[in-house]
Design a protein around this ligand. Structure first.
Ligand SMILES: O=C(O)CCC(=O)C(=O)O
Ligand SMILES: [Fe+2]
Length: 673
């Protein structure tokens, strides 16, 4: 930038339409002053500090500049010419930071143009104040009370809810410190001076690193295991208790009462509970008709489920839902389990009782992940060459393994046809309860690479210099009530936004925790999958709206669903996704969640067991608001429960940054272009 020092300027100080030009030259450039970096001395000896914008507009003899000088200035200028849309795009060309200015020896007066203008006004009219004042670094460096240095590096005791509330979070509009602490230029620091995040070299790198970080967050949507235990089932009838494990030969007698008592299983189809043998062939017993001496908690299953699926929850509870019996020919086509409208309910546990069967694999598929198959029938088979030991395979009593699998309710799953034997399972709904100590929250162990990348992106002047949004399509589907709750808790911030309160599912909770921990305001958008496009719903439909929709059509595995016309969709949307979000969204993550079609609301969705009258699954995205570079703070250190607990970003500018790559207000300059 010192490239301009020594250059001539000519400025009009005339008033009332009368021109009065003064000539002068640029005598200094102060790199520590991003707002008024240039100092000019006029022919009468007066001095003035100028913005970059004004400096460019009063330069003279531009034609005489060397090619090198012109190239340097053009390059710098290019940073200011890009529109915010262009500059945020991954394809935007990398912008080179300006050259470092010569260090100024004389201390500058603290007062900026106001003081200068006052001096000048003795002889000439006051210099025009700089347009659109930007935050001064001096202001910016004020350390937010809610973000003490130590928090960034070390977990500290979590403030109580009331304490957390009493800590005022800086509103997004208040300029906070931008800490693009450039490692190469960092001054030797005291031991308490934790290094700030290292900015990425350009916006494209920041976006690509964010994508890598978010895609590398593993999907954890299921967990499974085996428990060696005998189980006794008692029907609420005079029939004898049934003991597992058993052979198929024993089952003929032992299961007769159970098979007689079980009733055909229905399933939910939109808001109706229906029987359809092309979708589900199974029988069942409700819990009021039997008791079973199996306790998933005592068997250690619930703690495994908690750690794998909801590590931010304090505990997990299982409610026995039903007993399912599938004989030869039994199956259940792909479905999601019924949304229950309870904010504690998150998934399903299936426990297969040890009696032999073939076929009947339980297959889970979730987004882009490879399908997971629980081939429990195979594991129940004799483990040795049975025909040399047993007269008949049906005499084989399986080893006492109870095989189980647990998954989130929105995970699509199916039971493939049973080809022989009896497939008997217990199903439970899984609920989560109280919040754990955030400092031991296992969720956070998976959040830090993304947090680190986000910190570096926020510290990068080239990444969303004028602000914008980071969009993330949730990997799971949610019930509207859950989404509304998460959204309001994120908006309330503070202790409310702690991950366990949001009740989001696993990886989504990881991402929300990262955004919240970085102090970015987050909102949720509801997405409707159209044929080719995704739409954002302006509002959720009400029950009476359903009367409007008419035509029947077949979607997804030929399940019946009511379809809507594009016009009907339009009346519930603000438009296509990119239009609604104003085009300033950088979507990160290549994972695509399952489609959530309009028709699922009232007509089309096929649920696990019974109809859902009040709830359905919504496809959602987080929209994290990124402030302009000049007013944002790049968090430093590691993410801990404290950060998520606090509304404020944990970031701290430990020192006045040496260098600011300040990008001035967007304006088209003709000069040099
Ligand atoms: O029996 C099973 O393996 C699962 C049954 C199921 O998906 C359900 O009941 O919703
Ligand atoms: Fe199911």
């Amino acid at each position: 930038m010192s490239i301009l020092v020594g250059k001539k300027v000519r400025k009009d100080f005339g008033t009332g339409g009368k021109q009065e030009f003064y000539e002068g030259k640029l005598i200094d450039f102060d790199n520590d002053d991003p707002q008024w970096p240039f100092q000019v001395q006029y022919e009468d000896g007066d001095q003035e500090d100028l913005t970059w914008e004004e400096t460019l507009s009063i330069l003279v003899d531009v034609e005489s500049f060397t090619d090198e000088e012109k190239a340097g200035i053009t390059m710098l200028n290019a940073a200011m010419l890009e529109t915010p849309t262009k500059s945020r795009a991954a394809s935007a060309p990398p912008k080179k930071p300006p050259a470092k200015a010569a260090t100024k020896s004389a201390a500058k007066p603290a007062a900026k143009p106001a003081a200068k203008a006052a001096t000048k006004s003795k002889t000439k009219p006051a210099a025009k104040p700089a347009p659109a004042p930007q935050p001064m670094p001096e202001q910016a460096a004020v350390k937010p009370a809610s973000a003490p240095n130590e928090q960034a590096a070390t977990p500290v005791p979590v403030p109580s809810t009331s304490a957390a509330k009493s800590v005022p979070a800086p509103p997004a509009s208040v300029p906070a410190a931008v800490c693009p602490a450039k490692s190469a230029e960092k001054e030797p620091s005291a031991s308490t001076d934790a290094p700030g995040p290292v900015p990425y070299t350009d916006a494209a790198t920041a976006v690509s690193e964010l994508n890598t970080a978010i895609d590398s967050i593993e999907s954890r949507y299921q967990t499974s295991g085996t428990v060696n235990q005998k189980v006794t089932l008692a029907l609420n009838t005079p029939a004898a208790a049934i003991s597992f494990p058993m052979s198929n030969t024993q089952a003929k007698d032992a299961l007769a009462g159970l098979l007689a008592a079980a009733v055909p299983s229905a399933f939910g189809h939109g808001n109706q509970t229906v029987f359809d043998s092309s979708v589900r062939v199974a029988k069942e017993l409700k819990p009021e008709h039997f008791t079973v001496d199996f306790n998933p908690e005592a068997a250690g299953i619930l703690e495994q489920v908690r750690m794998a699926l909801v590590p931010e929850a304090g505990s997990v509870r299982a409610e026995l839902h039903k007993l399912n019996v599938m004989d030869k020919g039994g199956f259940f086509k792909p479905h999601k389990d019924t949304p229950r409208g309870a904010d504690t309910c998150f998934g399903t546990l299936v426990v297969a009782l040890p009696v032999c069967y073939e076929g009947g694999d339980l297959v889970l598929s979730h987004g882009a992940n490879p399908a997971v198959t629980f081939a429990w029938g195979k594991k129940l088979e004799p483990r040795y060459n049975w025909y040399t030991v047993l007269k008949n395979k049906d005499d084989h009593v399986p080893a006492v393994g109870l095989q189980w699998g647990a998954f989130f309710g929105d995970v699509v799953h199916e039971v493939r046809p049973v080809t022989s034997g009896h497939r008997i399972t217990l199903t439970y709904t899984l609920h989560r309860d109280a919040a754990p100590d955030p400092n031991v929250d296992a969720l956070l162990t998976r959040a830090n690479t993304l947090y680190h990348s986000l910190s570096r992106a926020l510290a990068s002047p080239d990444f969303m210099p004028a602000g914008g949004h980071i969009g993330f399509e949730c990997r799971h589907l949610y019930e509207e009530s859950q989404l509304a709750q998460a959204e309001s808790k994120l908006a309330a911030g503070g202790a409310n936004a702690y991950a366990s309160k949001l009740k989001l599912k696993n990886e989504d909770a990881v991402v929300a925790a990262v955004f919240a921990g970085a102090g970015l305001p987050v909102t949720c958008v509801r997405i409707l999958s159209g044929e080719d496009l995704d739409y954002v719903l302006a509002k959720m439909p009400t029950k009476k709206d359903s009367a409007k929709f008419g035509s029947k059509e077949y979607i997804e595995n030929s399940f019946r669903a009511m379809a809507v016309t594009p016009e009907e969709i339009d009346s519930y949307t603000e438009g296509q996704l990119s239009e609604v979000t104003g085009g300033d969204v950088e979507w990160i993550g290549s994972y695509k969640s399952a489609a959530s079609k309009w028709a699922e609301r009232y007509f089309g969705e096929y649920f696990g067991n019974e109809a859902s009258h009040t709830e359905f699954y919504t496809k959602a995205a987080f929209m994290a608001e990124v402030p302009a570079f000049s007013s944002r703070r790049a968090p430093a250190g590691a993410l801990t429960g404290v950060h998520i607990h606090s509304k404020a970003a944990p970031a701290v500018c430990h020192k006045q940054p040496k260098m600011h790559w300040w990008v001035p207000p967007r304006r088209k300059y003709d000069l040099f272009l």
